[in-house]
Design a protein around this ligand. Structure first.
Ligand code: TYM
Length: 405
């Protein structure tokens, strides 16, 4: 398996990954603590299905953060998106849907970084005749921002920003991080070398900077003496950025900061591509992904033609052995998107035993198609109402702390 900020491939053993990265599995007692501070406060009816089903499975310092929040420390959420394609896909929804739940459940401010600078440095181009395409990434930021806003965040508590616009306020912290991290460290973590453009080597500090509340003097009304704790929800591929951040964090905050400046993290597993439960869904292969812009027909076609089946070759075998649910993409996708636990269990039992209403792949695919058509149509409806002017309002620097507890 390969898991890093630029590549996710192979069959991923998440327990091994946690060992390798040095993060921690979310224990039952941590889950209880989180439930007490969210459901227990009456802000959400139940734990998110991504927690109930172990999709968010790993963390760094979440236990310490929750203890301090319970004792009254201020906190905020930080997540982000690298706008590399016009449309986001279902995999990208995972951290955003979960972050929306966390925002409601903890009643806290949220900052969302759009790394248009990153995507230009890694994927952009320069041509002697036509110049470069830096500004294309800024317009992708606007497009992707509409998808993110459509996830239902609270405007009064959410600040969305493009690095190209907002970098000035973060710059003092970026410079501090540059000073604290060597090129050898960055090369070691991210695999850059002497042939990498210097922006790539500089970029990790820019993804690190929002982990410090003092990068948001207006938005979080914070300075270097603030005690804000930061929690970052993301898939585990982003962890390398924050390992680097945590190593130098103490240099950016005052000595009494509750976590020594370190951001806490909560990591998800990857939403798999259509072709099989390996690697992660990615934008580069359009037949491996369902995009938030796909039509109902696209969704139906892609699932019918491409969703890898764990069903057996013949009817007889299927009825004798049942499907292999672990490798069956349709079933795995339902675990992410079907809210009803009882229905999911029934489908798993029928399909896994080759009997009952959902005894075969066709039936399971049919139900998945219904679920996703509804989800994507609702998303598209919400997105269609979001104008450029509205996006600019979300991206305007303003305080988002007044309306949070
Ligand atoms: P990006 O745009 O690659 O991904 C955005 C978010 O989606 C997660 N993700 C997935 N989650 C589940 N299944 C998948 N198949 C899948 N593919 C992507 C990513 O982990 C990420 O959380 N450099 C970042 C942008 C960024 C960021 C951040 C992300 C800046 N600051 C802070 C998280 C937290 C990027 O290019 O993400």
């Amino acid at each position: 398996m390969v898991v890093n900020a630029f590549e996710v491939s192979g069959k991923i053993d998440y327990t091994k990954l946690v060992d390798k990265f040095g993060s921690n599995l979310i224990s039952d007692s941590l889950m209880d603590k989180l439930e007490a501070l969210t459901v227990g406060k009456g802000r959400v009816p139940r734990m998110h299905r991504f927690l109930r089903r172990g999709m968010f499975f790993s963390h760094r310092d979440l236990d310490t953060l929750l203890r301090q929040v319970e004792a009254g420390a201020p906190m905020y959420l930080y997540t982000g998106r690298g706008p590399s394609s016009q449309s986001m896909h279902l995999g990208h929804l995972i951290p955003f849907l979960f972050t929306k739940w966390l925002q409601d459940a903890l009643d806290v401010p949220l900052v969302i970084q759009m790394t248009d600078d990153e995507k230009f440095l890694f994927k952009g181009h320069y041509d002697d005749q036509t110049g470069d395409n830096l500004l294309d990434f800024q317009s992708l930021t606007m497009e992707n921002a509409r998808d993110i806003i459509a996830c239902g965040f609270d405007y009064n508590k959410t600040f969305l920003f493009s690095d190209l616009d907002y970098v000035g306020s973060m710059y003092p912290n970026i410079v501090r991080i540059w000073k604290a991290v060597t090129t050898n460290t960055v090369n070691g973590i991210f695999g850059f070398d002497g042939s990498s453009n210097i922006g790539k080597i500089a970029f990790p500090a820019i993804q690190a900077a929002p982990s410090f509340a003092s990068s948001f003097p207006v938005v979080l009304e914070a300075d270097r003496n603030s005690n804000h704790l930061c929690l970052i929800p993301c898939a585990i591929d982003q962890d390398p950025y924050f390992r680097m951040t945590r190593d130098v964090a103490h240099k950016l905050v005052h000595k009494q900061h509750g976590l020594g400046g370190k951001p806490a993290l909560i990591h998800s597993k990857f939403f798999p591509p259509l072709q099989g439960a390996e690697g992660k869904m990615s934008s580069s292969n359009t037949n491996s992904a369902i995009f938030l812009t796909d039509s109902p027909d696209d969704i139906e076609r892609k699932i019918k033609q491409h969703a890898f089946s764990g069903g057996r070759e013949t009817k007889k075998e299927q009825q004798e052995l049942g499907a292999d649910l672990e490798v069956d993409v349709s079933y795995q996708w339902m675990r992410f998107f079907l809210e009803d636990d009882d229905e999911l269990e029934k489908i798993g039992q029928d399909y896994g035993s080759g009997s009952g209403e959902y005894w075969n792949t066709g039936k399971v695919k049919g139900r998945l198609i219904e679920i996703l058509k509804e989800l994507v149509a609702e998303h598209q409806e919400r997105r269609a109402t979001i104008t450029d002017e509205e996006v600019r309002k979300w991206m305007a620097e303003r305080s988002i702390v007044k309306n949070s507890t």
